[in-house]
Design a protein around this ligand. Sequence first.
Ligand SMILES: [Cu+2]
Length: 159
Amino acid sequence: MKKILFVLATMVLAGLAHGANHGMHAGHDTQPITVHAPFVRLLPPSQPNTGAFMVLENTTARDIALVKVESDVARVVELHTHTVVDGMMQMREIPRIAIPAGQRTELKPGGLHVMLIGLHQPLQEGQQVAITLIFDDGSRQQISAPVRHPGSEMPMRWH
Ligand SMILES: [Cu+2]
């Protein structure tokens, strides 16, 4: 019973958050991109850089790309991917992350990610990081991503 109540409460809260989001974008009837399970990776305080991860779902019938990300917690924010160069995994900056019509693009450790470079202060576990996503149609979406250990993300299955 407790579990059911929790699930209901979560649904209600998610609904409220969704409604609030809509209010901020008076010009748009619906939010074209739904952001699932965003988080920022907690690293030791000595690390000046970290990554932000999330699943971006395109609920429209047109292709959309993430082209820029802003956050006040870091000096520079970049879009990154991982590639293998001479057998070594390397990160590199990319100009855009495509979210094809009706599909989901997953940003995850070892893959596509948002790179937060030059953190102004060490992040604390549980802290909420405000992140602004900017898409190629000029629309902006504000999200809040909790800071957590890389190993503690909720298991997600999209199949
Ligand atoms: Cu990176």
